[in-house]
Design a protein around this ligand. Structure first.
Ligand code: SF4
Length: 100
């Protein structure tokens, strides 16, 4: 996992604070790279996640994306250069999942 510094800001999702997605590098990448497919083996998952993180690494909205995933409790996929397993370690226990 990349070692970017990030700042958690507890902001509820809304149309306006989703604007960062328009600038994500993954917009021109196959979404299958970022999410597991059924029956994916461990080796394939590791290679896929590594490739997805490679796309995320220079992304101009990495921090916003990672914050979104941590705040909303995204359970699947690579977001902001983190896998679901990475986020379990990064997510502060006091930060509850956002509920509308
Ligand atoms: S950090 Fe990764 S998943 Fe998030 S918008 Fe950028 S490329 Fe996409």
């Amino acid at each position: 996992m990349s070692q970017h510094r990030f700042e958690l800001r507890p902001v509820a999702p809304s149309a306006s604070n989703w604007d960062w997605r328009m600038h994500g590098r993954c917009r021109s990448t196959d979404t299958e790279l970022f999410f597991p497919c059924e029956g994916e083996g461990q080796g394939a998952r590791i290679r896929r996640e590594r490739a997805a993180k490679h796309v995320c690494e220079p992304c101009p909205v990495l921090t916003e994306c990672r914050n979104h995933a941590l705040i909303t409790g995204e359970q699947f996929g690579v977001w902001g250069g983190t896998t679901e397993k990475d986020r379990r370690y990064l997510r502060p226990p006091r930060l509850g999942r956002y509920r509308s």
